[in-house]
Design a protein around this ligand. Structure first.
Ligand SMILES: [Zn+2]
Length: 216
C-alpha cells in the first residue's frame, strides 16, 4: 500500500508512514499496514561531472541496487526514450522515488543516480515520505573542466540543438556551482566529491565509502 489502498481503493502517494513503527496508514480510511523502509542514497551532479563513469564502476560492486535515471532519458530513435523525455521533472522524480521505495520493501538498498535534482525537489514530492532519510552525494568539478568535458562530448549535438537543459553548458555550469556551494554548508544533506581532482577509480572508492557510511 504505497500507491493504492486495497481497503478503500484510494490512489495516493501521500500516505502516512511511521518509520519507527514500520507502518503505513491510508489517509482516507485509516487502514494501517506494515511498511519496510530504508534510507535512500541519491547521487546528483550536473551533466559532465562523471555520473555515468562512476555508475559503471560502482554498479554490481556493492550490496545495493544502483539505479541509472538516464534509462528514462536516452534510447534509440523510435524507442521509449523520446516518450519518457516528455515527462515533467516532478513526475519523473516521483517515479524513481516510488521505484526505490518498492525495492526497499524487499530489503534491497538503493543508490539512485539522478540528473540535476536538488534536495528541495525531492523533499517536495509526496513520495519522499517513503524514506526515513535521504542522503545526497554530489559529483562536481571546477567550471573549466566541466565546460571542456561537455564541449568534447560526442553525440550530444542534437540535444544542444533541440535545447535540452541537460546539454546546456551555461545551465549545467550553474547547477554544478550550486552543488559545490550546497556541499560547503555544514547543515546541508549534500556531500561533494570533486571528479576533476580524482581518477575514476578514486571517485568510485569514495562513492562506495559514502554508501557504506549510510548503511552503518
Ligand atoms: Zn484506504
Amino acid at each position: 500500500m504505497s500507491a493504492y489502498c486495497p481497503t478503500c481503493g484510494t490512489q495516493t502517494a501521500a500516505v502516512e508512514v511511521d518509520h519507527g513503527a514500520g507502518s503505513v496508514t491510508c489517509p482516507s480510511c485509516g487502514d494501517e499496514r506494515p511498511f519496510r523502509s530504508l534510507p535512500l542514497h541519491v547521487v546528483v551532479g550536473a551533466s559532465g561531472t562523471g555520473k555515468t563513469t562512476a555508475w559503471r564502476r560502482v554498479v554490481g560492486t556493492i550490496d545495493a541496487a544502483v539505479l541509472d535515471w538516464d534509462i528514462t532519458t536516452f534510447d534509440e530513435d523510435g524507442g521509449y526514450g523520446a516518450h519518457l523525455r516528455e515527462l515533467a521533472d516532478g513526475p519523473r522524480t516521483g517515479f524513481w522515488l516510488r521505484l526505490s521505495a518498492n525495492l526497499h520493501r524487499s530489503g534491497v538498498q538503493v543508490v539512485l543516480f539522478t540528473g540535476a535534482v536538488g534536495p528541495d525537489e525531492i523533499a517536495d514530492r509526496p513520495e519522499s515520505r517513503y524514506f526515513p532519510t535521504v542522503r545526497y552525494l554530489a559529483l562536481t568539478c571546477d567550471a573549466g573542466t566541466l565546460r571542456e568535458r561537455l564541449r568534447d562530448r560526442r553525440g550530444w549535438e542534437w540535444a544542444r540543438d533541440e535545447g535540452f537543459p541537460w546539454a546546456d553548458l551555461d545551465l549545467q555550469t550553474s547547477i554544478n556551482a550550486a552543488y559545490r556551494e550546497a556541499a560547503a554548508d555544514p547543515d546541508s544533506p549534500v556531500t561533494a566529491v570533486d571528479t576533476g581532482e580524482r581518477t575514476p577509480p578514486e571517485v568510485a572508492t569514495r562513492l562506495r565509502e559514502w554508501v557504506q557510511r549510510g548503511l552503518g
